[in-house]
Design a protein around this ligand. Sequence first.
Ligand code: ATP
Ligand code: MG
Length: 224
Amino acid sequence: MIVSSVNYKGGTGKSTMAQNLAVAFTLNGYKVCIVDADGTGATMDWSEDRHEREITPPITCSHLTNPKSFTSQVKALYKDGEYDLLIIDCPPALSPIAVKAMSISDYLFIPINTTGGNDIKVTQKLLKEFQKIREIKEDNGGKVEAFLLANGYKTNVVLHESVIKIMDQLCAHYDVGRFETIIHNRVVYGEASMQGKGVLELDNRKAKVEMGRLMKEILTIAGA
Ligand SMILES: Nc1ncnc2c1ncn2[C@@H]1O[C@H](COP(=O)(O)OP(=O)(O)OP(=O)(O)O)[C@@H](O)[C@H]1O
Ligand SMILES: [Mg+2]
C-alpha cells in the first residue's frame, strides 16, 4: 500500500503524521519505508536521527525530490515486495511532486489544522486537484481514496469544533472521507519528532491511544 501525507498548506502536520504512522506500523510488524518528497528533508533528518540514536526498529527513509524521476523511483522502491507500506511525506506546495505522489498513492491522508487560518481554503484547492487525479486514475482502472485528518485539536475551543464541521462539509462536497480519530494538540508530538521517535515510543498515554486508533482506522479502510 502506498499512502501520501499531503496538503498544499504548510505546517499542518504532514511530516509529524508520516513519522508517527511509520513508527506505529513498524512496531506492529509492517515493513515500512518513508519517502521524504520535501526538499527540506525534515523527515529524512528524523530518520537519520533515529539511526544515529540507535532507536530500534530502524525506519528506512528515501529522499526523492526530482519530479522527473519521482514516479519511477517510488515504483522501484515498492515493486520487489521489500515493503508492505510506503508513506510519502509531501512538500507544502501545489507542486508537480505532490501531484505525482497523489497519483501513485492508494490512499491520501490530508492533515488540517483545526486552528482555522487559511487551512480550509488551501485544502479546497488540493481537493479540486485530487478530484482530477481520481478521475484520471479511475478512467485507467485504478483507485485512490482521500481522508481528511483533523490535527492540533483543542477540546472546548469553539473554533476547533467549527473547523471539524467545515471539514465534514468539504468531505460531502468532494466525496472524500474523514478519519474519526482526531489528533489533539499535544507537546509530545513535537518532542517525538525532535528525538527521531513517534509518540508510541514516548510516555503519553492519550497520544498513544489516538495514534493506535488512527492506525487501526487505516487498516480497516484498506481492508487489511
Ligand atoms: N498534534 C500536534 N500537536 C502539537 N504539535 C504538533 C502537532 N502536529 C504537528 N505539530 C507541530 O507543528 C509543526 C508543524 O508540523 P509538521 O512539520 O509535521 O507539519 P508539515 O505539514 O509537515 O509542515 P511543512 O509544510 O513545513 O512540511 C511542528 O512543529 C510539529 O511538531
Ligand atoms: Mg513537512
